[in-house]
Design a protein around this ligand. Structure first.
Ligand code: GCV
Length: 741
């Protein structure tokens, strides 16, 4: 075992510990200037572009130990995927170990690495390894002996499986693990692991906070930006195997021959990395670009139009993944325009794709202002359709019943449709969690919903089991994440937002992984293997989501953000055209109390859950306090478990959220010198923005709720910095991610 964990190899860190005398200070300052000049002179120095695939040189001793297990690379038969696997290993090992291993046809020395499949490599076949549990995309990594030489075999049943294995092998080195006596095997638990890009063809990104769309539609298909390859590498490294390239608020144009050529060019770049492309399809496309008078899914001409369109697409993109559809939601067209059901609409598209092996991901994100409770509508519309969808349709459901709020209960649709493949949609972009600048690690949010117990088949019927198909015997499974990727050099608008892309991929691969373990993995790969850096940063990440819940929407509050653009707090807002877009609709704060009554005496949303869960949520005393105001309207003087009143707890939570961010800033301040100045300073600046905005959220919300409760602020809590009128008067234009609407 290599003694590498916790090794302090960061030059800047070593310099820091020596700051005892003035002369050292001078030397350290000179070193810092020299380092800065080095970074400034290098075009791509630590600007975050390399993500978690940084491959910077490891400390000498560590590299030497690894080198003896990476002396040669021996590949199976050539293929496009094998080529990119070779490139990645050469790049990764060359960077980490300071010298790339030789590529060879045979094992001629100790420490060779064999990569491939039993079918592509006679050497691997000869090892007679049991690959049955790996499926199509899994891999194994095993220490073996070949021709008398100790070696490492990285084996899949497909070249893509071997590619995933190669990334895992590199990760072992990046995270300072031993590569001796290896016996690892892993396979994805979900079939479709997909990013949804809410990108428009004009380059704007809906709810995007990382610059423009990375797809340069104008220059495609002729110019294939090298960034597309790096995008594919990053995705493959965490097992993502699909990408929906355009927004669910879709135009029909992407289905025209001109754009299909562009999509095909992207598919060509992604194919070697095991990534399929999908398109968000506009339901009314047969009218808009097909010249038909209707888009009725039961109309024979419409059905033929979609069949022809599918044939056309598959001629260009033989491994095309299929369609994602937002129908009859927020103004999008759909089958209900023709008095048909969601099943009629989805099945028409599924029939067109089925001969080619494509799937339909049909979203359940539907709600209308006429419904008494927005949280209920998806279940009301879809549950009766269970069993009516074609086998190649998945229903894509957001984690909670409303819309990606900082905290929601799980959607009652999970577990409620046993005869239908259910995939989950998560939002990686932080539309409701502070945009680009707030440091909010979403791992705990994702983990919370995956581990939630639907109780539909008794205890242990977790959401994870629903979406991985084990609960109801589904084999078509998947998870989608709304991407946070744009043209910013750091891809995601901030370094820490990269962790949210990373954790999504890792959980889509295995929903049972722990978000803490994933955070640590990411910190090691992205920053440093120094324990003194890792522990505080992982703790900070793990607490960051709860901090955001506290300063934005504690105790089950939800949808309290500014109208339309979703920036900042606006609990008073009633300006939106639709009631169910207004924060006041959700908080229902008045002189008597606060919260949305979803119990049996209210909207009865609780009864959409399995009976034991419904009973729990229906009872104010049994409802977890972090969801109290989601399910109950309670008086301001309601006694919480702490013995304090609700009003006290509300103010305390808002205050705690701000305190937590202050703490995060202090933690980060102590870590100056552990990493490069560029990423350090950007994070420090963003944390300062987060503190300012957390304070704004706290103060604006307390000011508003106090105007309703009429109660004095509990003793010991600072009053809001400004009047309620001041907060209400704030207006914002040109908010990122919103101009597209
Ligand atoms: C793509 C929310 C967002 C919209 C988004 C929609 C959806 O309403 O604010 O920007 O539209 O969800 O998921 O379809």
């Amino acid at each position: 075992m290599l003694a590498v964990t916790g090794a302090r190899h960061d030059n800047a860190r070593r310099g820091r510990s020596a700051l005892a005398t003035p002369i050292w200070r001078i030397l350290a300052a000179a070193m810092a200037v020299a380092l800065f000049a080095l970074f400034a002179g290098s075009a791509h120095a630590e600007d975050g572009y390399d993500l978690w695939l940084r491959y910077r040189p490891l400390p000498a001793q560590q590299a030497a130990a690894y080198r003896s297990h990476a002396s040669q690379l021996v590949f199976g038969a050539a293929s496009p995927t094998q080529t990119v696997t070779r490139q990645e290993l050469l790049r990764g090992l060359g960077g980490l170990l300071g010298r790339a291993p030789a590529v060879s046809d045979s094992v001629t020395r100790d420490g060779a690495i064999l990569i491939g499949t039993p079918a592509s490599s006679p050497l691997i076949q000869h090892l007679q390894l049991d690959t049955r549990s790996l499926g199509k995309e899994g891999y194994l990594i095993r220490s073996v002996v070949v021709d008398g030489h100790p070696a490492t075999a990285i084996v899949g049943n497909s070249d893509v499986g071997a590619l995933y294995g190669a990334f895992r092998f590199l990760r072992l080195l990046q995270t300072a693990q031993s590569i001796e006596h290896l016996d690892l095997h892993d396979a994805p638990r979900l079939k479709l692991r997909v990013l949804d890009h809410w990108d428009y063809l004009n380059g704007q990104v809906e709810r995007g906070y990382a610059g423009a769309s990375i797809w340069d539609w104008w220059k495609l298909p002729d110019w294939r930006d090298p960034r597309y390859t790096d995008y594919a590498r990053a995705n493959a490294s965490i097992g993502i195997n699909g990408t929906v390239v355009n927004n669910v608020n879709a135009g029909a144009e992407i289905l025209t021959p001109r754009y299909l050529q562009k999509v095909a060019a992207l598919a060509d770049v992604f194919r070697p990395y095991g990534i399929r492309v999908y398109i968000s399809a506009r339901f009314s496309a047969p009218m808009e670009i097909g010249g038909l008078k209707t888009a009725d899914p039961l109309d024979p001409q419409v059905r033929q139009w979609w069949r022809n369109k599918a044939d056309e697409i598959y001629k260009l993109i033989p491994d095309f993944g299929g369609f994602l559809v937002k129908a009859n939601s927020e103004g999008q067209p759909g089958p209900q325009d023709y008095k048909r059901t969601h099943a009629d609409g989805a099945n028409m598209l599924a029939d067109a794709l089925a001969p080619h092996g494509g799937v339909v991901m049909w979203r359940t994100f539907v709600y209308s202002p006429s419904n008494e409770d927005r949280a209920k509508q998806a279940y009301d519309e879809f549950k009766p359709l269970d069993g009516q969808f074609r086998p190649n349709v998945l229903l894509q459901t957001k984690n909670g019943p409303i819309d990606f709020q900082p905290r929601e209960p799980f959607s009652p649709l999970f577990g409620a449709m046993p005869k239908t493949p259910m995939m989950m949609e998560l939002e990686i972009t932080k539309e409701y969690l502070g945009f680009a600048t707030h440091l909010v690690y979403l791992g705990p949010l994702f983990e919370e919903v995956l581990r939630a117990d639907t109780m539909t088949h008794g205890k242990g019927s977790t959401v994870a089991k629903v979406i991985e198909g084990s609960l109801d015997g589904q084999t078509l499974t998947g998870m989608a994440g709304v991407a946070n990727i744009g043209t910013d050099r750091n891809w995601c608008g901030s370094i820490f937002n990269q962790a949210n892309w990373y954790v999504f991929g890792r959980l889509a691969w295995n929903p049972d992984l722990s978000s803490r373990a994933i955070a640590e993995e990411w910190v090691r790969m992205t920053f440093s293997n120094d324990d003194a850096f890792i522990h505080p940063v992982v703790d900070m990440m793990m607490g960051s989501r709860e901090a955001a819940v506290d300063y934005m929407t504690p105790l089950g509050l939800h949808h309290q953000m500014g109208p339309g653009h979703h920036y900042g707090p606006a609990p008073w807002d009633a300006s939106e055209a639709r009631a169910d877009w207004r924060p006041v609709y959700y908080n229902r704060a008045d002189r008597n109390g606060i919260g949305f009554d979803r119990t049996r005496s209210g909207s009865d949303a609780v009864d959409q859950y399995a009976p034991p869960v419904a009973a729990q949520f229906n009872d104010v005393k049994q409802t977890p306090e972090n969801l109290l105001l989601w399910f109950h309207h309670v008086p301001w003087d309601y006694r919480m478990r702490s013995g304090h009143t609700l009003w006290y707890e509300l103010v305390a939570h808002y205050t705690q959220g701000v305190e937590d961010v202050k703490q995060m800033r202090q933690t980060w301040a102590r870590l100056d010198g552990y990493i490069d100045p560029q990423r350090y300073q950007q994070t420090a600046a963003f944390l300062a923005i987060q503190e300012k905005e957390a304070q704004w959220w706290r103060d604006a919300c307390i000011a508003y709720f106090q105007s309703k409760s009429g109660l004095p602020l509990p003793a010991g809590f600072a009053p809001p910095q400004h009047s309620l009128q001041y907060y209400e008067s704030l207006k914002f234009d040109n908010v990122p991610g919103f101009s597209a609407w």
